[in-house]
Design a protein around this ligand. Structure first.
Ligand code: PFF
Length: 348
């Protein structure tokens, strides 16, 4: 094997590969439930401010470190300065910690993909009729979540072992835009549902009520919690501080503009996250109003939001519901797998 470092065929290939790592469960599953939990528009405003400032700077820095040192994260920092060496170790440990958790959620997506596939084949049975009960029973079962998580890992490992990464990069070209179109389609459907206006406003319009404490006054603790939530999401969603952007940067050609690439990656990543919220949050709001649940309580559903609320939307679509559910979870599975594969790469 030659020692010469491989490089991306061009700026577009780099942007696509980095976007494929960035766009994943963080956008489709994590962003909507955090936005719901932290007051919708307020969370989005803080998140956007962080992405264009701290996020932009950090991503440009990581890619530049990779390109300058031509090393992956483990050794890049020490090459920059001996004293920075431990940072490389830290940036390597973080993806190792995240991989198992990411794969558990990947397993949930696999389970939903499989459930919708069965529903397409046998449309009369809808195990997701009681979406909340189905999700609760599945994640608290003693073996099933581990089995599906393991299967998700095996699929990703197989892809890496077979060296079909380049094939994946090519299919990104088709599947990422498809994910985009699907997400827009579902969110437009949700926006057209009667009564969705209040939920859309809750999601998009910053509202200072989200920053009030239990006594009804402005709460610094609540603001700190929201900023920390948004910052954590920024690191997670943009794949920052996990070595991956350093490693990818080391394959970047000298002549390509880092700033331009980062701007594009951030636009793709943020658009998908915001659209994912549009698919989910107005529906949660409507369900809360319909069932008389306090909105705040409904929004605090957390990790279950995508797995409980969306199936409820699909269930209202009659015969097309299972097909839409299947297509949606195929795309989520794909987005999750490409991110997981980049996480594995960072570990390797
Ligand atoms: N950014 C991915 C997501 O939003 O789902 C998660 C991730 C992938 C984080 C790869 C870190 C990483 F290296």
């Amino acid at each position: 094997m030659s020692d010469k470092r491989a490089s991306w065929s061009g700026q577009l290939a780099f942007v696509l590969a980095a976007a494929a790592s960035a766009i994943g469960l963080g956008n489709l599953w994590r962003f909507p439930y955090l936005a719901a939990q932290y007051g919708g528009g307020t969370f989005i405003a803080i998140y956007l401010a962080l992405v264009v400032t701290l996020g932009f700077t950090l991503m440009v820095t990581e890619i530049a470190i990779g390109r300058l040192t031509q090393q992956s994260q483990l050794t890049a920092y020490s090459k920059l300065h001996k004293g920075f060496g431990p940072l490389g170790l830290l940036a390597t440990v973080i993806p190792v910690v995240i991989v198992p958790y990411y794969c558990v959620i990947g397993g949930w997506v696999l389970k939903y993909f499989w459930t919708y596939a069965k529903m397409v084949l046998h449309p009369s049975a809808n195990p997701l009729e009681d979406a909340g009960g189905f999700f609760g029973a599945f994640i608290s079962a003693p073996f099933a979540p581990f089995g599906y998580g393991l299967l998700f890992i095996l699929v990703c490992a197989l892809v890496i072992a077979l060296g079909v990464k380049h094939g994946i990069e090519k299919s990104n070209l088709v599947l990422m835009p498809l994910l985009f179109v699907m997400a827009i389609g579902i969110s437009v459907y949700v926006m057209c549902l009667p009564g969705s206006g209040a939920g859309i406003r809750y999601y998009l319009v910053p509202n200072l009520d989200a920053l009030r404490g239990a006594d009804g006054g402005f709460s610094l603790a609540q603001l700190a919690k929201t900023v920390l939530g948004a910052m954590g999401q920024m690191f997670y969603s943009l794949s920052l501080a996990m070595g991956i952007m350093i490693t990818y940067g080391s394959y970047m050609r000298k002549g390509d503009s880092i700033e331009k690439s980062v701007r594009r990656i951030e636009i793709f990543d943020t658009l998908i996250a915001v659209i994912a919220g549009l698919m989910i949050i107005p529906v949660v709001y409507m369900f809360a109003v319909k069932t008389g649940t306090p909105v705040k309580e409904a929004m605090n559903a957390g990790p279950g939001l995508m797995f409980i609320t969306l199936p409820k939307v699909f269930a209202t679509l009659g015969a097309t519901g299972p097909w839409l559910g299947l297509t949606f979870f195929v795309l989520v599975l794909f987005a999750a797998a490409t991110s997981a594969i980049s996480l594995f790469e960072a570990c390797v």
